[in-house]
Write a protein that binds this ligand. Structure first.
Ligand SMILES: [Zn+2]
Length: 62
């Protein structure tokens, strides 16, 4: 699995079906078989990045 944002494979697991990309510092969560991307803001809140990607980019290769 690689990050759809920066194509980096350096993903750290931070929870159940939750990953963190060390390449571009976003959080990736697996939701209903697709990736949900969130940017972690300085105050710890999350901003969804899903709008920036096509469905194909967020599907998880099996
Ligand atoms: Zn990334």
């Amino acid at each position: 699995m690689r990050c759809p944002n920066c194509q980096c494979k350096d993903l750290g697991k931070i929870g159940v079906e939750q990953y963190y990309c060390w390449g571009c510092f976003i959080e990736l969560a697996v939701v209903e078989g697709k990736l949900a991307l969130n940017q972690v803001e300085e105050d710890g809140s999350l901003t969804s990045l899903d709008d920036l990607f096509e469905d194909d980019d967020l599907s998880i290769p099996m």
